[in-house]
Design a protein around this ligand. Sequence first.
Ligand code: SAJ
Length: 433
Amino acid sequence: MFKNIVIVGTGYVGIPVAAMFADKGFNVIGINRTKDKVDLINKGLCPIEGDEPNLPELIKKVVKNKKLVATTDYSYCKNADAILICVETPFDSEKWEPHYDSLKSALTSVAQNMSKGCLVIVESTIAPTTMESLVKPILENTSKMKAGKDFLLGNCPERVMPGKLLYNIENLSRVCGGINEETSNKMLELYSHIVKGELYPTDCITAEVVKTAENAYRDVEIAFANEVALICEKLGINVYEVRELVNKAPYRNMHLPGAGVGGHCLPKDSLLLSYGVKGIMKPELMILARNLNKKMPIHTAGLLLNIFKEKGINVKGKKITVCGFAYLENSDDTRNTPALDVINTLKEKGAVIQVHDPFVKSYEGIEIKKNFYESIDGSDAIIFVTAHSEYKKVDLSKIKKLMNTPIIIDGRNIFEKEEMIKKGFIYKGVGKG
Ligand code: SAJ
């Protein structure tokens, strides 16, 4: 029977799952290394920016009824029946390896405090074989206990998405990879309290591969759409018309091409998956796809640079407004945003960049403007990088009057080419020849 649950890491993954277990009557302790976040949560406030339906209200409720308490103190693990580890696991693409410092530190602190009979579950995304080669040894060597015997150990990969944190946890299926059958069954029992989706028991390494493969798969799907977009540009046709007709064929689901692939999952999970077989085999397709997607923001900036070149305009000093800094439409999440590569590519050529985003409050070293028309006033070009709904409603005649030169680059198929040309814009869209 589970009563006391500890969640290590109260970010995008940890805080919603902590609030959901607390709402089901469990005594939940949320451990975070930063005191500010701990204090915020203990005031009943949500530490996540952006629009997360029902999450702020849920946190307020469970903190008020004392079912959720945040702390920096790992000694609470002593009384935990279950400990979920939800810390960040970024990938260092320079060194070509996962960055497990947060994971290692969390595991060590948990192992120093946890008691016999506890169930430890890693929800963070990890490369295949990490449970066996890193998680289990740290827990066993530090606690002097045996996994599968003195404590149970499993991997239940998160499936969160900014903007749908609570919805995804409640409704998506989950893979419960246990060190043994007893553990997988205990995981099913625990998660059945908060997950309405299917719960699939399996072993740890299968769970590790499922998580990284499901995102590598999506990255490859998007890369395919991006490659067809590049072909359509060369052939002078519209990739979005091609996509619509391709998807009329049965079993086709061509994804959306665009200005790039950001977020906390897709840019790293194919790298984590390939890292899992490092020294054994070298995956090709998913790495090619990853490299193609990484080029899309540069390609998008290149569409503008080509126009300047054709018109004999010197980019140096030109005022360019980048619209959309979040990696995802109608979100404030900026992790691995393609917008940064668009901005840097143009800055390297001497352009002066303004950034507009209706959701992103701030970003280190970049002023984010809130008023769209102000941000494009006097600009020599606009590049739309994120498909925020606001951009679909802008007044094109007003934009044309405000701009110095009416050059628009559309990274997300926000506008129709014909309409833009009719209105007197010099318009280029990703995938639109
Ligand atoms: N993107 C495209 N074309 C597409 C879809 C997305 O260029 O057809 C771009 C987006 O603009 C964004 C990036 O890819 O920059 C990622 O978009 P995403 O929709 O995949 O959103 P994420 O990164 O939040 O993905 C998460 C993933 N979920 C987990 O890792 C648990 C992903 O597997 C889910 O499919 C996605 O949420 C979702 O749709 O829920």
